[in-house]
Design a protein around this ligand. Sequence first.
Ligand code: SF4
Length: 154
Amino acid sequence: MKPQTINQENKAAPCRSLLCPSAQPEMAGSMVLGVIAGKDSNARLSYLEQPIPVTDALLKLAHPVEPTQLLRFAAHCEENHCIHYNGKDCTLATRLVQILPAVTEALPPCKIRSECRWFQQEHKAACMRCPQVITSLENPTAEMARAALPSAVG
Ligand code: SF4
């Protein structure tokens, strides 16, 4: 479930104050949020005690798979440059909460909460679903595929 950059040259510059917690490693300010353990619908994110900045050497460790299949990255939300942003909210966060089941009762031990767009928007409901999110879905469940689709929820 990844941010999808769109070409909108005349849009305002993205706000740098909030973080996208399912970002691409090449996005501005990208850092490793956690490591994914398990596969497909059983995959869960282990949050790092402290997010670490992305480096080329770190990304090479994932070879031959995509880094986004092993790691989750957080980076500056690209707002109007992302297809999931509707001018006010991250619609991906909305769909995650509406479509996916909660996978934890407790707040995950996540260090970006004060800057996380999903948390700011959907609060604890986003955190209860967050550990199951993989940015690059290889074999998504039907629910995950729906949640990832920008057109799935108005
Ligand atoms: S656990 Fe909550 S605060 Fe942390 S990245 Fe996920 S949604 Fe954001």
